[in-house]
Design a protein around this ligand. Structure first.
Ligand code: THU
Length: 159
């Protein structure tokens, strides 16, 4: 018998500790929450990605009366980028959530399905994607989606 211990390093920042690029990206994610289509959950999520060319693209969650047909902010944004900027690497993604009139006190973390989609982008471009998870009090930062998706399933298993 043996044990495997997995560790994750999360850097926790205050907004003041973020650099200008990170602040801009977080601001774009916060702004994007305001255009989310969330008539069912009323939980507005915004995502903003920084592309290699310096552009910032944002998106938000889009819900549907047939609940599973809706899509999270992260996937809405990443799929838009993949569709319109197929050659652009995503350097960083910032996520923010707005609920009951304010930004959440707890950091917003991507759901499992979104982590899998972010992993695909990392693998496709062979480059880690920094993830900034926002809350009113602090920001969690990881250097790669692999940090929050241990024992992941990726394309290498299909070879
Ligand atoms: N949601 C996101 O957009 N991103 C996340 O990381 C978590 C959840 C959305 C899905 C749904 O529209 C609402 O938040 C409540 O689950």
């Amino acid at each position: 018998m043996k044990e495997i211990n997995l560790t994750t390093k999360i850097t926790v920042y205050t907004i003041e500790e973020c650099n200008e690029t990170e602040k801009n990206l977080i601001e774009a994610a916060k702004k994007a929450t305001q255009h989310a289509y969330v008539p069912y959950s009323k939980f507005s999520v915004g995502a903003a990605v920084l592309l290699e060319n310096g552009e910032i693209i944002s998106g938000n969650n889009q819900e549907n009366a047939a609940y599973p047909s809706g899509l999270c902010a992260e996937r809405t944004t990443v799929f838009f980028v993949n569709a319109n900027y197929p050659d652009q690497k995503i350097l960083t993604i910032a996520i923010a959530a707005f609920y009951k009139g304010k930004f959440t006190k707890e950091v917003i973390t991507p759901c499992g399905a979104c982590r899998q989609v972010l992993l695909e982008v990392e693998n496709r471009f062979n480059m880690p994607m920094k993830i900034l998870m926002y809350s009113e009090e602090e920001i969690y930062c990881v250097k790669s989606v692999k940090d929050i998706l241990p024992l992941s399933f990726g394309d290498s298993m299909l070879r």
